[in-house]
Design a binder for this molecule. Structure first.
Ligand SMILES: Cc1ncc(COP(=O)(O)O)c(C=O)c1O
Length: 400
Protein backbone atom coordinates (compact mmCIF):
# COMPACT_ATOMS: atom_id res chain seq x y z
CA UNK A 1 0.00 0.00 0.00
CA UNK A 2 1.02 3.61 -0.51
CA UNK A 3 2.24 4.59 2.99
CA UNK A 4 1.17 8.19 2.42
CA UNK A 5 -2.47 7.10 2.62
CA UNK A 6 -1.96 6.56 6.33
CA UNK A 7 -1.10 10.26 6.74
CA UNK A 8 -4.57 11.40 5.62
CA UNK A 9 -6.89 12.81 8.28
CA UNK A 10 -10.50 11.56 8.60
CA UNK A 11 -12.89 13.77 6.66
CA UNK A 12 -14.88 16.28 8.83
CA UNK A 13 -18.14 14.40 8.21
CA UNK A 14 -16.65 11.10 9.44
CA UNK A 15 -15.61 12.89 12.61
CA UNK A 16 -19.11 14.33 12.90
CA UNK A 17 -20.60 10.84 12.62
CA UNK A 18 -18.40 9.72 15.50
CA UNK A 19 -19.26 12.82 17.53
CA UNK A 20 -22.97 12.11 17.07
CA UNK A 21 -22.71 8.37 17.82
CA UNK A 22 -25.13 7.47 20.60
CA UNK A 23 -26.98 10.81 20.41
CA UNK A 24 -30.77 10.53 20.09
CA UNK A 25 -32.13 13.76 18.62
CA UNK A 26 -35.21 15.18 20.35
CA UNK A 27 -38.18 13.42 18.63
CA UNK A 28 -40.38 16.55 18.72
CA UNK A 29 -38.22 18.20 16.04
CA UNK A 30 -37.77 17.16 12.44
CA UNK A 31 -34.11 17.04 11.39
CA UNK A 32 -32.52 20.12 9.79
CA UNK A 33 -28.94 19.95 8.55
CA UNK A 34 -26.74 23.01 8.18
CA UNK A 35 -23.78 20.62 8.09
CA UNK A 36 -22.90 19.74 4.53
CA UNK A 37 -22.00 22.48 2.06
CA UNK A 38 -23.99 21.02 -0.80
CA UNK A 39 -26.21 23.33 -2.86
CA UNK A 40 -29.91 22.55 -2.50
CA UNK A 41 -31.51 25.14 -4.79
CA UNK A 42 -33.01 23.41 -7.85
CA UNK A 43 -30.89 22.79 -10.94
CA UNK A 44 -32.10 25.05 -13.79
CA UNK A 45 -34.22 23.16 -16.34
CA UNK A 46 -32.21 24.39 -19.33
CA UNK A 47 -29.07 22.71 -17.99
CA UNK A 48 -30.86 19.37 -17.64
CA UNK A 49 -32.32 19.79 -21.11
CA UNK A 50 -28.87 20.48 -22.59
CA UNK A 51 -27.52 17.37 -20.88
CA UNK A 52 -30.38 15.29 -22.19
CA UNK A 53 -30.28 16.69 -25.75
CA UNK A 54 -26.54 15.99 -25.98
CA UNK A 55 -27.15 12.27 -25.60
CA UNK A 56 -29.05 12.29 -28.91
CA UNK A 57 -26.79 14.73 -30.74
CA UNK A 58 -24.29 12.89 -32.97
CA UNK A 59 -21.77 15.69 -32.31
CA UNK A 60 -21.63 14.85 -28.62
CA UNK A 61 -23.00 11.33 -28.21
CA UNK A 62 -21.35 8.63 -26.13
CA UNK A 63 -19.71 6.59 -28.92
CA UNK A 64 -16.34 8.37 -28.80
CA UNK A 65 -13.72 9.06 -26.15
CA UNK A 66 -13.77 12.78 -25.38
CA UNK A 67 -10.49 14.72 -25.58
CA UNK A 68 -9.03 15.54 -22.13
CA UNK A 69 -8.55 19.16 -23.21
CA UNK A 70 -12.29 19.46 -24.02
CA UNK A 71 -13.76 20.59 -27.32
CA UNK A 72 -12.84 24.03 -28.74
CA UNK A 73 -16.46 25.08 -28.11
CA UNK A 74 -16.21 24.23 -24.43
CA UNK A 75 -12.87 26.01 -24.06
CA UNK A 76 -14.37 29.01 -25.82
CA UNK A 77 -17.25 28.97 -23.30
CA UNK A 78 -14.72 29.20 -20.43
CA UNK A 79 -12.83 32.04 -22.13
CA UNK A 80 -16.10 33.85 -22.85
CA UNK A 81 -17.14 33.64 -19.21
CA UNK A 82 -13.77 34.93 -18.00
CA UNK A 83 -14.10 37.83 -20.41
CA UNK A 84 -17.63 38.67 -19.26
CA UNK A 85 -16.97 38.21 -15.53
CA UNK A 86 -13.44 39.61 -15.16
CA UNK A 87 -12.80 41.46 -18.45
CA UNK A 88 -9.95 38.98 -18.95
CA UNK A 89 -8.72 37.98 -22.39
CA UNK A 90 -7.32 34.45 -22.13
CA UNK A 91 -6.18 32.20 -24.95
CA UNK A 92 -8.80 29.42 -25.16
CA UNK A 93 -6.23 27.13 -26.80
CA UNK A 94 -3.62 27.26 -24.01
CA UNK A 95 -4.93 28.98 -20.88
CA UNK A 96 -8.04 26.95 -19.92
CA UNK A 97 -8.83 23.26 -19.25
CA UNK A 98 -12.04 21.46 -18.25
CA UNK A 99 -12.12 19.59 -14.95
CA UNK A 100 -14.66 17.26 -13.40
CA UNK A 101 -15.44 19.61 -10.51
CA UNK A 102 -12.83 21.63 -8.71
CA UNK A 103 -12.21 19.02 -6.01
CA UNK A 104 -10.51 16.50 -8.27
CA UNK A 105 -8.64 19.30 -10.01
CA UNK A 106 -7.27 20.80 -6.77
CA UNK A 107 -6.08 17.36 -5.77
CA UNK A 108 -4.57 16.44 -9.14
CA UNK A 109 -2.90 19.81 -9.55
CA UNK A 110 -0.74 19.24 -6.47
CA UNK A 111 0.36 15.89 -7.94
CA UNK A 112 1.38 17.75 -11.11
CA UNK A 113 3.20 20.66 -9.47
CA UNK A 114 4.99 19.27 -6.43
CA UNK A 115 8.50 17.84 -6.75
CA UNK A 116 8.80 15.61 -3.66
CA UNK A 117 12.49 14.95 -4.36
CA UNK A 118 13.35 18.55 -3.44
CA UNK A 119 14.24 18.88 0.24
CA UNK A 120 11.48 20.13 2.50
CA UNK A 121 8.75 20.16 -0.18
CA UNK A 122 6.01 22.33 1.35
CA UNK A 123 2.44 23.23 0.40
CA UNK A 124 0.97 26.22 2.23
CA UNK A 125 -2.80 26.19 2.98
CA UNK A 126 -5.12 28.51 4.85
CA UNK A 127 -6.31 27.39 8.29
CA UNK A 128 -9.31 26.82 8.61
CA UNK A 129 -9.52 25.30 5.16
CA UNK A 130 -11.05 22.85 2.68
CA UNK A 131 -9.50 19.52 3.59
CA UNK A 132 -8.68 18.49 0.03
CA UNK A 133 -5.67 20.88 0.09
CA UNK A 134 -4.13 18.93 2.94
CA UNK A 135 -4.72 15.51 1.35
CA UNK A 136 -3.40 16.77 -1.98
CA UNK A 137 -0.24 18.03 -0.28
CA UNK A 138 0.35 14.84 1.69
CA UNK A 139 -0.20 12.46 -1.23
CA UNK A 140 2.09 14.54 -3.44
CA UNK A 141 4.86 13.84 -0.93
CA UNK A 142 4.96 17.37 0.49
CA UNK A 143 4.29 18.62 4.00
CA UNK A 144 1.35 20.97 4.49
CA UNK A 145 2.05 24.23 6.31
CA UNK A 146 -1.05 25.75 7.92
CA UNK A 147 -0.85 29.52 7.57
CA UNK A 148 -1.95 31.48 10.66
CA UNK A 149 -5.29 33.24 10.45
CA UNK A 150 -6.37 36.48 12.08
CA UNK A 151 -9.56 36.27 14.19
CA UNK A 152 -9.74 40.07 14.14
CA UNK A 153 -10.20 39.94 10.35
CA UNK A 154 -12.76 37.15 10.25
CA UNK A 155 -10.02 34.51 10.08
CA UNK A 156 -8.43 35.84 6.92
CA UNK A 157 -4.92 34.42 6.46
CA UNK A 158 -2.15 36.49 8.00
CA UNK A 159 0.49 35.97 5.30
CA UNK A 160 3.02 38.10 7.22
CA UNK A 161 3.16 35.45 9.94
CA UNK A 162 4.36 32.71 7.57
CA UNK A 163 8.11 32.50 8.30
CA UNK A 164 10.55 33.33 5.48
CA UNK A 165 12.13 29.86 5.72
CA UNK A 166 8.72 28.30 5.02
CA UNK A 167 8.18 30.45 1.92
CA UNK A 168 11.70 29.48 0.78
CA UNK A 169 10.74 25.79 0.56
CA UNK A 170 7.14 26.31 -0.59
CA UNK A 171 6.29 24.79 -3.95
CA UNK A 172 2.53 25.34 -3.97
CA UNK A 173 0.18 27.75 -2.19
CA UNK A 174 -3.56 27.08 -1.92
CA UNK A 175 -5.67 30.21 -1.66
CA UNK A 176 -9.46 30.09 -1.16
CA UNK A 177 -11.30 33.31 -1.98
CA UNK A 178 -14.18 33.58 -1.25
CA UNK A 179 -13.11 31.40 1.64
CA UNK A 180 -14.69 28.24 2.94
CA UNK A 181 -15.61 28.46 5.81
CA UNK A 182 -15.03 32.18 6.48
CA UNK A 183 -16.60 33.72 3.37
CA UNK A 184 -13.78 36.30 3.26
CA UNK A 185 -12.67 37.70 -0.11
CA UNK A 186 -9.00 38.58 -0.65
CA UNK A 187 -8.39 42.21 -1.64
CA UNK A 188 -5.92 43.30 -4.34
CA UNK A 189 -3.23 44.28 -1.81
CA UNK A 190 -3.12 40.70 -0.52
CA UNK A 191 -2.78 39.34 -4.03
CA UNK A 192 0.05 41.79 -4.67
CA UNK A 193 1.84 40.46 -1.59
CA UNK A 194 1.38 36.84 -2.69
CA UNK A 195 2.56 37.53 -6.24
CA UNK A 196 5.72 39.17 -4.87
CA UNK A 197 6.36 36.12 -2.66
CA UNK A 198 5.70 33.76 -5.59
CA UNK A 199 8.17 35.73 -7.76
CA UNK A 200 10.80 35.65 -5.02
CA UNK A 201 10.48 31.97 -4.14
CA UNK A 202 9.17 30.46 -7.37
CA UNK A 203 6.08 28.76 -5.96
CA UNK A 204 2.80 28.18 -7.78
CA UNK A 205 -0.50 29.65 -6.57
CA UNK A 206 -3.67 27.53 -6.87
CA UNK A 207 -6.62 29.86 -6.38
CA UNK A 208 -9.84 28.07 -5.39
CA UNK A 209 -12.73 30.34 -6.38
CA UNK A 210 -15.74 28.03 -6.46
CA UNK A 211 -17.92 30.41 -4.37
CA UNK A 212 -17.19 33.47 -6.53
CA UNK A 213 -20.77 33.94 -7.76
CA UNK A 214 -22.57 33.89 -4.40
CA UNK A 215 -21.83 37.27 -2.83
CA UNK A 216 -23.53 39.81 -0.60
CA UNK A 217 -21.83 43.12 -1.39
CA UNK A 218 -22.29 45.29 -4.48
CA UNK A 219 -18.84 44.47 -5.85
CA UNK A 220 -18.41 40.90 -7.13
CA UNK A 221 -15.43 39.12 -5.53
CA UNK A 222 -12.05 39.86 -7.09
CA UNK A 223 -10.67 36.82 -8.92
CA UNK A 224 -7.03 35.76 -8.77
CA UNK A 225 -6.53 36.08 -12.53
CA UNK A 226 -8.32 39.43 -12.45
CA UNK A 227 -5.94 40.59 -9.71
CA UNK A 228 -2.95 39.44 -11.77
CA UNK A 229 -4.19 41.29 -14.86
CA UNK A 230 -4.81 44.46 -12.80
CA UNK A 231 -1.24 44.28 -11.55
CA UNK A 232 0.12 43.93 -15.08
CA UNK A 233 0.91 40.21 -14.89
CA UNK A 234 -0.49 39.47 -18.33
CA UNK A 235 1.23 36.07 -18.62
CA UNK A 236 -0.57 34.89 -15.42
CA UNK A 237 2.74 33.29 -14.43
CA UNK A 238 2.68 30.71 -11.68
CA UNK A 239 -1.05 31.20 -11.16
CA UNK A 240 -4.00 28.85 -11.86
CA UNK A 241 -7.59 29.53 -10.80
CA UNK A 242 -10.17 26.80 -10.09
CA UNK A 243 -13.78 27.56 -10.94
CA UNK A 244 -16.85 25.35 -10.72
CA UNK A 245 -20.46 25.12 -11.80
CA UNK A 246 -21.45 23.24 -8.62
CA UNK A 247 -22.39 26.28 -6.54
CA UNK A 248 -22.88 28.83 -9.31
CA UNK A 249 -25.45 26.75 -11.16
CA UNK A 250 -26.64 24.28 -8.48
CA UNK A 251 -25.19 21.24 -10.22
CA UNK A 252 -22.79 19.54 -7.79
CA UNK A 253 -23.86 16.22 -9.32
CA UNK A 254 -22.80 17.25 -12.82
CA UNK A 255 -19.12 17.39 -11.77
CA UNK A 256 -18.04 20.27 -13.95
CA UNK A 257 -15.60 23.13 -13.63
CA UNK A 258 -12.53 24.57 -15.28
CA UNK A 259 -9.07 25.82 -14.52
CA UNK A 260 -7.44 28.85 -16.12
CA UNK A 261 -4.10 30.58 -15.93
CA UNK A 262 -0.41 30.00 -16.68
CA UNK A 263 -0.18 28.19 -20.04
CA UNK A 264 3.01 26.30 -19.13
CA UNK A 265 1.42 24.91 -15.95
CA UNK A 266 -1.73 23.93 -17.82
CA UNK A 267 0.33 22.11 -20.44
CA UNK A 268 1.87 19.97 -17.69
CA UNK A 269 -1.53 19.56 -16.03
CA UNK A 270 -3.03 18.36 -19.33
CA UNK A 271 -0.29 15.75 -19.61
CA UNK A 272 -0.99 14.56 -16.06
CA UNK A 273 -4.73 14.47 -16.73
CA UNK A 274 -4.31 12.50 -19.93
CA UNK A 275 -2.63 9.69 -18.01
CA UNK A 276 -4.99 10.06 -15.08
CA UNK A 277 -7.96 9.67 -17.45
CA UNK A 278 -9.98 12.66 -16.36
CA UNK A 279 -11.70 13.76 -19.57
CA UNK A 280 -15.17 15.31 -19.31
CA UNK A 281 -18.11 13.38 -20.78
CA UNK A 282 -19.45 14.98 -24.01
CA UNK A 283 -22.94 15.30 -22.51
CA UNK A 284 -21.51 17.11 -19.48
CA UNK A 285 -19.51 19.32 -21.83
CA UNK A 286 -22.71 20.30 -23.66
CA UNK A 287 -24.57 21.05 -20.40
CA UNK A 288 -21.56 23.03 -19.17
CA UNK A 289 -21.47 25.18 -22.32
CA UNK A 290 -25.14 26.01 -21.75
CA UNK A 291 -24.55 26.81 -18.06
CA UNK A 292 -21.48 29.04 -18.54
CA UNK A 293 -23.33 30.91 -21.29
CA UNK A 294 -26.22 31.98 -19.07
CA UNK A 295 -26.09 34.54 -16.25
CA UNK A 296 -29.80 34.93 -15.57
CA UNK A 297 -30.00 31.82 -13.43
CA UNK A 298 -26.86 32.92 -11.54
CA UNK A 299 -28.44 36.28 -10.69
CA UNK A 300 -31.61 34.50 -9.50
CA UNK A 301 -29.60 32.03 -7.44
CA UNK A 302 -27.61 34.84 -5.82
CA UNK A 303 -30.85 36.70 -5.03
CA UNK A 304 -32.16 33.60 -3.21
CA UNK A 305 -29.01 33.43 -1.06
CA UNK A 306 -29.11 37.17 -0.35
CA UNK A 307 -32.70 36.99 0.81
CA UNK A 308 -31.97 33.95 2.97
CA UNK A 309 -28.84 35.42 4.59
CA UNK A 310 -30.62 38.74 5.19
CA UNK A 311 -33.33 36.92 7.13
CA UNK A 312 -31.26 34.33 8.99
CA UNK A 313 -28.10 36.23 9.98
CA UNK A 314 -29.77 38.81 12.29
CA UNK A 315 -31.65 36.03 14.10
CA UNK A 316 -28.44 34.13 14.83
CA UNK A 317 -26.55 37.34 15.66
CA UNK A 318 -28.82 37.70 18.70
CA UNK A 319 -27.02 34.77 20.36
CA UNK A 320 -23.84 34.03 18.39
CA UNK A 321 -20.80 36.00 17.27
CA UNK A 322 -21.71 36.09 13.59
CA UNK A 323 -21.95 38.58 10.72
CA UNK A 324 -22.86 38.59 7.05
CA UNK A 325 -19.82 37.25 5.12
CA UNK A 326 -18.45 38.81 1.92
CA UNK A 327 -19.48 35.76 -0.08
CA UNK A 328 -20.14 32.00 -0.09
CA UNK A 329 -23.03 30.18 1.56
CA UNK A 330 -21.65 29.67 5.07
CA UNK A 331 -21.97 31.45 8.38
CA UNK A 332 -18.82 31.09 10.47
CA UNK A 333 -19.99 31.78 13.99
CA UNK A 334 -18.39 32.02 17.42
CA UNK A 335 -20.15 29.98 20.15
CA UNK A 336 -18.15 31.00 23.26
CA UNK A 337 -17.40 27.46 24.42
CA UNK A 338 -16.59 24.03 23.02
CA UNK A 339 -17.69 23.80 19.38
CA UNK A 340 -17.99 20.01 19.50
CA UNK A 341 -20.13 20.09 22.64
CA UNK A 342 -22.30 22.79 21.09
CA UNK A 343 -22.87 20.65 17.97
CA UNK A 344 -23.62 17.51 19.98
CA UNK A 345 -26.05 19.16 22.40
CA UNK A 346 -27.78 21.10 19.64
CA UNK A 347 -28.44 17.85 17.79
CA UNK A 348 -29.65 16.13 20.95
CA UNK A 349 -31.97 18.93 22.06
CA UNK A 350 -33.12 20.52 18.79
CA UNK A 351 -32.24 18.08 15.96
CA UNK A 352 -30.15 20.66 14.06
CA UNK A 353 -26.79 19.64 12.59
CA UNK A 354 -23.91 22.12 12.42
CA UNK A 355 -20.22 21.45 11.79
CA UNK A 356 -17.72 22.10 14.61
CA UNK A 357 -15.17 24.65 13.41
CA UNK A 358 -12.26 22.71 14.87
CA UNK A 359 -12.94 19.93 12.33
CA UNK A 360 -12.13 22.39 9.54
CA UNK A 361 -8.79 23.51 10.95
CA UNK A 362 -5.57 22.16 12.44
CA UNK A 363 -3.92 23.01 15.70
CA UNK A 364 -0.81 25.11 15.26
CA UNK A 365 1.24 26.67 18.05
CA UNK A 366 -1.08 25.16 20.64
CA UNK A 367 -4.35 26.52 19.24
CA UNK A 368 -6.98 25.43 16.75
CA UNK A 369 -8.35 28.51 14.95
CA UNK A 370 -11.69 26.75 14.40
CA UNK A 371 -12.20 25.99 18.09
CA UNK A 372 -15.25 27.67 19.64
CA UNK A 373 -16.71 28.30 16.20
CA UNK A 374 -19.24 26.44 14.06
CA UNK A 375 -19.91 26.43 10.32
CA UNK A 376 -23.50 26.63 9.15
CA UNK A 377 -24.29 26.03 5.47
CA UNK A 378 -27.45 27.96 4.54
CA UNK A 379 -28.24 25.75 1.60
CA UNK A 380 -31.78 24.61 2.44
CA UNK A 381 -34.75 26.83 1.65
CA UNK A 382 -35.20 30.01 3.68
CA UNK A 383 -38.05 28.75 5.90
CA UNK A 384 -36.02 25.72 6.96
CA UNK A 385 -32.87 27.78 7.64
CA UNK A 386 -34.95 30.26 9.65
CA UNK A 387 -36.47 27.48 11.71
CA UNK A 388 -32.98 26.12 12.41
CA UNK A 389 -31.85 29.62 13.44
CA UNK A 390 -34.80 30.00 15.81
CA UNK A 391 -34.05 26.63 17.39
CA UNK A 392 -30.42 27.71 17.85
CA UNK A 393 -31.61 30.90 19.57
CA UNK A 394 -33.73 28.81 21.96
CA UNK A 395 -30.83 26.42 22.55
CA UNK A 396 -28.32 29.15 23.40
CA UNK A 397 -30.83 31.12 25.47
CA UNK A 398 -31.77 28.02 27.48
CA UNK A 399 -28.09 27.35 28.24
CA UNK A 400 -27.38 30.89 29.44
C1 LIG B 1 -13.55 25.48 -0.93
C2 LIG B 1 -14.05 24.44 -1.84
N1 LIG B 1 -13.34 24.15 -2.94
C3 LIG B 1 -13.74 23.21 -3.81
C4 LIG B 1 -14.91 22.48 -3.60
C5 LIG B 1 -15.27 21.41 -4.59
O1 LIG B 1 -16.38 21.68 -5.33
P1 LIG B 1 -16.66 20.97 -6.71
O2 LIG B 1 -15.73 19.78 -6.79
O3 LIG B 1 -18.07 20.56 -6.68
O4 LIG B 1 -16.34 21.97 -7.77
C6 LIG B 1 -15.69 22.75 -2.48
C7 LIG B 1 -16.92 21.97 -2.23
O5 LIG B 1 -17.59 22.03 -1.27
C8 LIG B 1 -15.25 23.75 -1.58
O6 LIG B 1 -15.94 24.06 -0.48
Amino acid sequence: MNPLLATLQPYPFERLKQLFAGVTPHPAYRPISLGIGEPKHPTPEFIKQALNAALYDPASDLTAYPPTAGTPKLRQAFAGWLQARYALAVDAATQVLPVNGSREALFAFAQTVVDPTRAGATVVCPNPFYQIYEGAALLSGAQPYYAPSDPARNFAVDWDRVPAEVWARTQLLFVCSPGNPTGAVMPLAEWEKLFALSDRHGFVIASDECYSEIYFRDEPPLGGLEAAAKLGRKDLRNLVSFTSLSKRSNVPGLRSGFVAGDAALLKAFLLYRTYHGSAMSPAVQAASIAAWGDERHVVENRAMYREKFAQVTPVLARVLDVALPDAGFYLWAGVRGSDTEFARELLAQYNVTVLPGSYLARETQGANPGAQRIRMALVAETAECLEAAQRIVQFVTSKA
